[in-house]
Design a protein around this ligand. Structure first.
Ligand code: NAD
Length: 318
């Protein structure tokens, strides 16, 4: 993911890749040479460079807080991949570190910029659907495949957090985008199929939102037939995404509209998030996805773990 982000950054006006840091020297060297920039195996060596204004953190999840705090102390603006952290306290510490250092902190919740999600958000924002009151998302698949997705850090709760952090930080974020802030989480999590991981391979969440709506999420790594779909119910219409019909919606009194893949096209999501990060630094504006949003997403995932463990609804804020 770090490669994808820095390659996008290097392509943005007024922005250049200066240095890559990776504890794996071969990876750092390969990417540094590809980009024609420096490479190091020690994050401090990167942070010590005067020609580095901002950093992109795409290290394993459990390292996000530590690296963000180091970057803030060095006065560097921070773009951090999702999940922001593995618990609310760590995420809040990152917000505080950035605030104290006077640097920007943006979280890579890129799903909201990808099709069909950005299209659905603009449809909701147009007001034509009326008020959203229920949202159901299913994102379920098989175990972690090969390649980097099989990295050791992804197999342990301590380093990865489990599916609600590593994968569904995206769906939780999008649900908040549409439904508003969450007030209560009920959840059941369990491990039924996967043996390589030390965390749950199934998560079922029910989320209550401040203005009375409900959200449901079914997620995990335990399915032989994977599915990724979303249904959104609003007072003036219904939206469905994923499944055999792709993106479609129907407003009260109108025909069903099927939105083609071409109509959903937009600026590539990773490029957009990096461009917005660069622009918030150059223009000294608030990041479009500030640290506080990452905190709220982490908080919901953490609340789900507590709800499942203690078999009770968990009220937010934690
Ligand atoms: N936004 C998305 O859709 C998306 C997609 C994939 C991954 N991610 C996120 O990006 C992050 C990285 O995921 P990935 O798939 O690239 O993982 P990865 O394992 O492929 O890469 C992580 C890299 O970090 C390096 N690393 C480990 N410890 C380090 C340290 N202390 N300092 C510097 N580098 C260190 C590793 O050597 C490795 O090259 C995770 O937080 C993940 O959740 C986001």
């Amino acid at each position: 993911m770090g490669r994808s982000l820095i390659v996008s950054a290097a392509d943005i006006p007024d922005c250049a890749a200066r240095c890559v840091a990776d504890v794996d020297a071969a990876k750092a060297q390969a990417l540094g040479e590809e980009l024609g920039c420096g490479w190091v195996t020690d994050n401090d060596a990167l942070l010590a460079r005067d020609d580095v204004t901002a950093v992109i953190i795409a290290a394993p999840n459990f390292l996000h807080r530590q690296i963000a705090e180091q970057a803030a102390a060095a006065g560097k603006h921070i773009f951090c991949e999702k999940p922001m952290a593995l618990n609310k306290a760590d995420a809040l510490a990152m917000v505080e570190a950035a605030r104290a250092a006077g640097v920007k902190l943006m979280i890579g919740q890129v799903l909201r910029y990808l099709p069909p999600w950005h299209y659905i958000k603009s449809l909701v924002d147009s007001g034509r659907l009326g008020k959203p009151f229920a949202m159901q998302t299913t994102r379920i698949g098989g175990g972690w495949g090969g390649g980097t997705y099989h990295a050791q850090w992804r197999l342990k709760r301590e380093t990865c957090g489990g599916p609600l952090f590593e994968i569904n930080a995206h769906e939780i974020d999008f649900m908040r985008q549409i439904m508003g802030e969450a007030t209560r989480v009920t959840a059941g999590l369990g491990r039924f199929v996967e043996t390589e991981i030390d965390y749950e391979d199934l998560a079922m969440l029910q989320i209550e939102f401040a203005d009375g709506g409900f959200g449901q999420l079914l997620a995990g790594h335990c399915a032989q037939i994977g599915i990724y779909e979303m249904k959104l119910y609003c007072t003036n219409g219904t939206v469905m995404a994923g499944g055999p019909h792709g993106l479609q919606y129907k407003l009260v009194g109108e025909d069903t509209v099927i939105v083609s893949a071409e109509e959903q096209q937009a600026e590539p999501g990773v490029r957009r998030e990096v461009r917005e990060f660069v622009e918030c630094i150059l223009n000294d504006t608030e990041p479009t996805i500030p640290g506080e949003e990452g905190v709220s997403n982490v908080e919901i995932a953490q609340a789900a773990l507590i709800a499942s463990e203690e078999r009770r609804p968990v009220d937010l804020p934690l």
